[in-house]
Design a protein around this ligand. Structure first.
Ligand code: FES
Length: 61
């Protein structure tokens, strides 16, 4: 499933970017070598970053 239709970035690619250290949507775009265009995907990316952080915090408890 695509998170970013403008740049063709899939959900698994966003997760890989987050796992590689991306903590902001801009870093996900940089990781993929592209730029935000319409920015409709930014909220979903932020949500995925937050969910990943929560999962890591939960795992660390
Ligand atoms: S959907 Fe990602 S920039 Fe448009």
């Amino acid at each position: 499933m695509y998170v970013c239709n403008c740049n063709g970035i899939r959900e698994r690619e966003v997760r890989a970017a987050i796992d590689a250290g991306a903590s902001r949507p801009a870093e996900i775009f940089r990781h993929k070598g592209c730029q935000p265009q319409c920015a409709k995907c930014v909220c979903e990316m932020r949500q995925m970053i937050d969910e990943r952080r929560e999962a890591l915090a939960y795992a660390a408890e």
